[in-house]
Design a protein around this ligand. Sequence first.
Ligand SMILES: [Mg+2]
Length: 507
Amino acid sequence: MADGPMDHPGYHPLLLRQLRKAGLAQPLSQATARLAALVGEAYHEQDRERRRNDRAMTLMAKEMTVLAEKIRHQAGLDPLTGTANRTLFRERLREAFAAAMPEQRVAVMFVDLDGFKLINDSIGHSFGDQLLCDVGRRLEGVLRDGDTVSRLGGDEFTLLLPLIYKPGEAAFIAARAIEALERPFVLDGNEVLISAAIGIALYPDDAEDGDGLLVAADTAMYRAKEMGRGHYTFFTADMNVRLHQRLLIKNRLLKAKGRGDLNLVYQPKICIRTNRIQGIEALLRWQDNRLGKVSPCDFIPVMEEMGLIADVGAWVLAEACRQVRIWREAGLESGRMAVNVSARQLRQPGLIDTVINIIRQTGVAADDLEFEITESMIIRDTESATHLLDEFRSMGIHIALDDFGTGFSSLSYLRKFPFDIIKIDKSFIDEIMSNPDDVAIISAIVTMGHALKRRIVAEGVETIDQYDLLKQLDVDDIQGFLFSRPMTPEDLAPLLKQGECYPRPSP
Ligand SMILES: [Mg+2]
């Protein structure tokens, strides 16, 4: 008798019939094994099918992303943020110029994001990308119909307002954009803060073509940045003069053969308690036969822009070291020699090797050298800055934080970065006799600096009253016209011989 349902409780009679039909019913244990094998095979086949499908889906998704990017690009959109790209921006700018009526203006704004790079470097590029998308959306949120946001690349955004009747309308939108970007962004569950500076230029007042208008807006943006976080400013005629002057300097620097017109002058730093010369700062000067004396504030940025600064910086260091040797051979003690190192210079590859070579060639000890570095440079590239500063310090070179108080002036930088010396900027010293706030700030810097075992230098001391007050505030060293102007090595020699320096009588 064949197996019946009763012999195999739990098996459905229908299944048993099917099994018998297929000749699999005898014995059932065997049939069950065959069935299991068949079911297993079916599962494997399903699994293979699923994987084939997955692969096909992944490929399709990739192709669709590429296609979407292509379509966006053709439509003039930035693939990351979906805002207009450079090409579309320029096209809309041309259209706006063509459509502008005599009583209308076209406004172009350059938006500079402060703090983006820090976020990108510290929490990662994918969050940086997310932030750029959010920035694009917020900017779009403050614009009117017909206005355009565009990302020109990196973290550079521009705004185009084709229809403006009064500059105030552009100012209103710039203020709203700044406000929108100052609200916290949420990335990966964390709140992050950035700020923005905006430069505004108007057509046809500031320039009559797209390139000119962009340059004008960019120039205004730099001025806005100088004013501090969260500012916007319009391009003005005096900025034009500056722009022109930059071009002039550039041309003259291109024409200047070698470094014949460059020279160094030296200004002593004096210990406020002993009046002894603590050290010397080497300052770069440029005397052009057409432009006359050009201020380093004007020509150093141009040199940086032209890529000349690595070369010039190396020359400055070598020349300053050579001078230390000359004085030493003449029996004069100059203390530590401080050299200003620019942001761009610090980003040059091979800087450490250059410094090592110069030290070796001139025979000056690393301990006799001090590098003055401004805050802006460490903020721009925190990671590599820390690495470089550590490297210099391990060689024995001292590091000074220059112009403290002019940039972000975050007290946390004092703790985070390995500075030996803090130089309080002249702008604070200028006001100490009239502004009690500045006295309070200097007092706080001194207290904090001393707690961290940093030496505090006051720059730009010009009057005896300032000197007395700084002494009371317990500043360590001072530098300024009250004691000595920057001088040629020959003029400085008698002071070095004396080893001390006293306030000059007021005129
Ligand atoms: Mg300096």
